[in-house]
Write a protein that binds this ligand. Structure first.
Ligand code: HEM
Length: 428
C-alpha cells in the first residue's frame, strides 16, 4: 500500500496532544500502585490491584494514546472527515480521564456506585467517540487493508466497552451473569479486537513509511484483522458454552495470528533500506518480539499444564501483552508522531522566511535512547516480578520512572513547539 497523506486535513495540534500528554501519567500511576501494593498485586489476575493496574494501563495509557492517534490518523491517512475534532477532543478527553479514575477506584474499593459511575462515563465518552470516528471511517472513499483494520478496531472498541459496562454492572449488583466467561470475552475484544487490530492497521501504514521497510504482503495485511475478527466471534460463543478443546484452539489460533503479524514485522524491519536503528524502531522491535514471545509462552503453558494452571501464568501473559507489546509500541510511536507533528505545524506557521527546528531537535535522541533502556529494565523487572514476588516493588518504581521520563520528554517537545511559535508570532 502506498501512503497517501493529506496533511491539510490535520486537526489542530491540541487535538491529539491533549491525549498524548496525558497517557504516560496513567503509566506512572500504575507503577506507583505496584510499588505501593507490592507482591499481592501480581498474585493472580483477580486481585483488586491487578484489575486496577490493568485498567490504569488499558483505559488510561493505551486508550488515551490510541484515541488521540486516531483523531490525527483518520483524517490525514484515510481522508476520513471527523466531525468537529476539537469539540470531540474537548469532551472525550476529560471524560475518559474521569471514567478511568472512577473504574480504578471501583476495583480498589469494590463500591457499586463507583462501578456504575465509571460505566456511565465510558458509555457516554466511548459511545460518542466510537460513533464519530466510525462515521468518518465508513464515509471515506479510501480503500485498503488499513481502513478495514481500523473499522474492525472501532467495532472492537465498542464491543469491549459494552462488555466492560455489563461486567461492571454484574459486579456492582451481584447478578447471575457468567462473569468469568464475560471477562475473558471482554479482555479478548479489548486487547485483540481493539488494541492489536488498531496497532496492525496503523503499522501497515507507518512501518513501511517511517522505517523504510518493504510493504506488508497484501494477503497478510488483509488476512490478520479478518482472521482475528472471526476468531473473536467464535471466542465470544463461550458466553453460551464452548467445549474446552475448541476454546484452546481459538486461543492459540488468536495468539498464532498475533505472532504471525509480529514475526512478519520483524522480518520486514530486517530488510529495511536504511540500516540506522533509531529509538522508535527499537521500541517497535521490542514490542514485536514480545508478541512472538506471547505466542510461545501460551504454547508452553498449553503443553505444560502444571505451569499453565499456576495463577501467575495469566499474569505473565497479561504483562507481556499490555506492557511488553502495547505500552512499548505506543512509546515508540509517540516518539515518531510528536516530533513530526511539532515540525509539521511549525513549518506551516513559519512560511518561507524562517526554518523550524528539525525533527531531531524536538526530543533529544540521547534522552529517548536512555528512556528506552530504562523501559527495557522496567519491563524485565515486571516480567521477573511475576515469578519472583520480591521484585514487585522495585519493578513498580522502575516502571513509574520510565513512564514519567516519557511524559517529560513529551512535555519538552511541547515546550519547544510553544517557544518557537511565540517567537514566530513576535517576529510577525
Ligand atoms: C477499552 C479498553 C479495555 C480493555 C483493553 C480492557 C481489558 C480488560 C482485561 C484484559 C481484563 C481482564 C483483567 C484480568 O484478567 O486481570 C478486564 C476485566 C474487566 N474490565 Fe476491562 N478493559 C477495557 C475497558 C473496560 C471498561 C470501559 C470497563 C467498564 C466500564 C471495563 C470493566 C472491566 C471489568 C468490570 C473487568 C473484570 C472484573 C472481574 O471479573 O473481576 N473494562 N478488562
Amino acid at each position: 500500500m502506498q501512503p497517501n497523506l493529506s496533511f491539510e486535513q490535520a486537526p489542530p495540534i491540541g487535538v491529539p496532544y491533549r491525549f498524548f500528554l496525558t497517557a504516560p501519567w496513567f503509566g506512572v500511576a500504575a507503577g506507583l500502585l505496584l510499588a505501593f501494593m507490592g507482591e499481592e498485586m501480581l498474585a493472580s489476575r483477580w486481585t483488586p490491584g491487578a484489575l486496577a493496574g490493568t485498567h490504569l494501563l488499558v483505559t488510561g495509557f493505551m486508550l488515551q494514546a490510541m484515541c488521540g492517534a486516531l483523531l490525527q490518523f483518520v483524517p490525514v491517512a484515510t481522508g476520513g472527515n471527523i466531525w468537529q475534532p476539537q469539540r470531540v477532543a474537548a469532551w472525550v478527553h476529560p471524560l475518559l480521564i474521569i471514567a478511568a479514575g472512577l473504574l480504578v477506584a471501583a476495583f480498589l474499593t469494590q463500591r457499586p456506585v463507583l462501578f456504575m459511575a465509571a460505566s456511565a462515563g465510558f458509555a457516554v465518552s466511548l459511545g460518542f467517540y466510537g460513533v464519530v470516528v466510525s462515521l468518518a471511517l465508513w464515509r471515506t472513499p479510501a480503500q485498503g487493508a488499513s481502513i478495514v483494520a481500523l473499522r474492525i478496531a472501532l467495532l472492537g472498541l465498542l464491543a469491549t466497552t459494552g462488555l466492560g459496562v455489563t461486567l461492571a454492572f454484574g459486579l456492582a449488583y451481584q447478578t447471575t451473569l457468567p462473569l468469568l466467561a464475560l471477562t475473558d470475552v471482554h479482555a479478548a475484544w479489548g486487547l485483540g479486537g481493539w488494541g492489536l487490530i488498531l496497532l496492525a492497521g496503523i503499522a501497515y501504514f507507518v512501518v513501511p513509511m517511517f522505517q523504510l521497510t518493504p510493504a506488508y504482503p497484501g494477503w497478510l495485511a488483509r488476512g490478520v484483522p479478518l482472521l482475528l475478527l472471526a476468531l473473536l466471534l467464535v471466542w465470544s460463543l463461550q458466553l453460551f458454552g464452548l467445549p474446552d478443546g475448541a476454546r484452546e484452539l481459538v486461543w492459540l489460533g488468536g495468539l498464532g495470528t498475533a505472532g504471525l503479524f509480529g514475526g512478519t514485522t520483524l522480518y520486514l524491519q530486517s530488510r529495511r533500506r536504511r540500516k540506522v536503528s533509531d529509538t522508535t524502531l527499537l521500541f517497535f522491535r521490542v514490542a514485536m518480539v514480545c508478541l512472538v514471545v506471547l505466542l510461545f509462552s501460551a504454547m508452553l503453558f498449553a503443553a505444560l499444564p502444571e505451569i499453565g494452571n499456576d495463577p501467575r501464568a495469566v499474569v505473565w501473559l497479561g504483562m507481556l501483552a499490555i506492557v511488553g507489546v502495547f505500552v512499548t509500541a505506543i512509546n515508540g510511536m509517540l516518539y515518531k508522531i510528536v516530533p513530526f507533528l511539532n515540525w509539521l505545524h511549525l513549518q506551516r506557521l513559519c512560511g518561507l522566511e524562517t526554518l523550524p527546528p528539525t525533527m531531531n531537535q524536538m526530543i533529544p535522541e540521547r534522552s529517548m535512547r536512555r528512556q528506552f533502556y530504562l523501559h527495557l529494565a522496567a519491563l524485565a523487572f515486571l516480567l521477573a516480578a511475576v515469578w519472583l514476588p520480591s521484585l514487585a516493588r522495585p519493578a513498580g518504581l522502575l516502571f513509574a520512572l520510565d513512564c514519567a521520563w516519557l511524559g517529560l520528554n513529551l512535555v519538552g517537545a511541547l515546550r519547544i513547539y510553544v517557544r518557537f511559535k511565540n517567537r514566530i508570532r513576535a517576529a510577525a
